[in-house]
Design a protein around this ligand. Sequence first.
Ligand code: TRP
Length: 341
Amino acid sequence: MSAASEKTRVLTGITTTGTPHLGNYVGAIKPAIEASQDPNVQSYYFLADLHALIKCQDPRRVQESRLEIAATWLALGLDTDNAIFYQQSDIPEIPELTWMLSCVCAKGLMNRAHAYKAAVAENEAAENQDPDKGITMGLFGYPVLMAADILMFNANRVPVGRDQIQHIEMARDIAGRFNHLYKGQYFTLPEAEVDEKVEVLGGLDGRKMSKSYNNTIPLFVAEKKLQKLVRKIKTNSLEPGEPKDPDSCTLFQIYAAFATAQETAAMRTEYANGIGWGDAKNRVFDYLNAHLREPRERYQALMEDPGHIEAVLKKGADRARAEAAPLMDRLREAAGLGRFV
Ligand code: TRP
């Protein structure tokens, strides 16, 4: 195995406001766990709990989501001896770096951030006097905190959804500016990695599965609830015996995201042969349930052992800080905040 310093550094964060669902699993968790198994990669995966505070001021939700997300990644087999798995708020160097970056980041750059612009546009549409109504400094500076997350560990690749590409570009911009101003190669310029193969899963109503549409199937719901949710997936009014189109069908898509190529081809034939929706849903439920049973049991055991999760996150934070602290020392020095002696 190559030394850690020669490995490609892959980093991504998960905002801790929700309960992991099938869409998160297929779109982010599964590819991340797979990527972390590559011996040429050092991965950094973290709970973006400081980011959570921007959109969620319900402490119970943030607390619960942190535990659920950590338990999910562990239950699905993330190897935390290999991947560095930590909680953002355990790394005090991150908010410190955020400040340093804020001081070199043009305000105009933040004015152009999609999330901020969308919030302003909403205020304008509602004909609010103040276009910044309800917008916090946290939301406005969100991309700087995200840049600190990434630059702190000199990440080379940052797997994200399309909506986050702009933030990675901003991180590059800010990194370049810091390097230039303080005349040194302090930061690596990160690349966004949007995997075209990774699927965006449809939800119960056929739109993208997302917490904001309230159309998700949580990954580890109890068996009965899973069955109920699968039965709720929107289909059409075609009768049993009528051929059905798998390619426009959310139920099929969900199945295909889990099944092997062969199993998917077989289901395709069933659709052509006119399988009834009731039968198709039973098949999909049985399949999902069989595949989720074991990790669900591990998840439940982990949820009942928060002490273990704390210990895992603590170990991750220690490893992360071992890298963050020396970089922070260099940065302080560069900016004139070094020790006198
Ligand atoms: N903003 C990201 C999201 O909402 C989460 C996140 C925070 C992140 N910090 C990050 C992703 C750093 C990648 C790298 O999805």
